[in-house]
Design a protein around this ligand. Structure first.
Ligand code: SF4
Length: 118
């Protein structure tokens, strides 16, 4: 492909004009249909406290599921609570990895006890 300097500038100007028009919100409806929705938009937000250590950082836990009988709620995102006075939105690496801890197959889901024989 043989592109002259003049042609190159025309292509660049056309691309820049298209990008600017799209950034200003003048996108065609078909292009807008392919834009992904913000993933936390329809989720349920629950405030909780990290139990890993005694600092007790505040968490925001996001889950899907509306509580209907057949809908199973599933946690898909965990982040620090910016309104919590202890951590102000920050989490240490252990807290930031809580989602893997929640979905771990090795996680204990029920209290365990050892029955004693009398
Ligand atoms: S996020 Fe880290 S520092 Fe905060 S309570 Fe959990 S383990 Fe402790």
């Amino acid at each position: 492909m043989n592109v002259s300097r003049r042609k190159f500038f025309k292509i660049c100007a056309g691309g820049m004009a298209g990008t600017t028009v799209a950034a200003l919100g003048f996108m065609p409806a078909t292009a807008m249909a392919n834009v992904r929705e913000y993933k936390l938009l329809r989720s349920k937000e629950t405030r909780n406290t990290c139990t890993y250590c005694s600092v007790g950082c505040g968490l925001l836990i996001y889950s899907m599921g509306d509580g209907a009988m057949n809908a199973k709620s599933a946690i898909f995102h965990v982040e620090g609570d910016p309104d919590h006075p202890v951590n102000r939105g920050a989490l240490c690496p252990k807290g930031a990895g809580l989602l893997d801890y929640i979905h771990s197959e090795n996680r204990l889901r029920y209290p365990e006890y050892r029955a004693t024989r009398l």
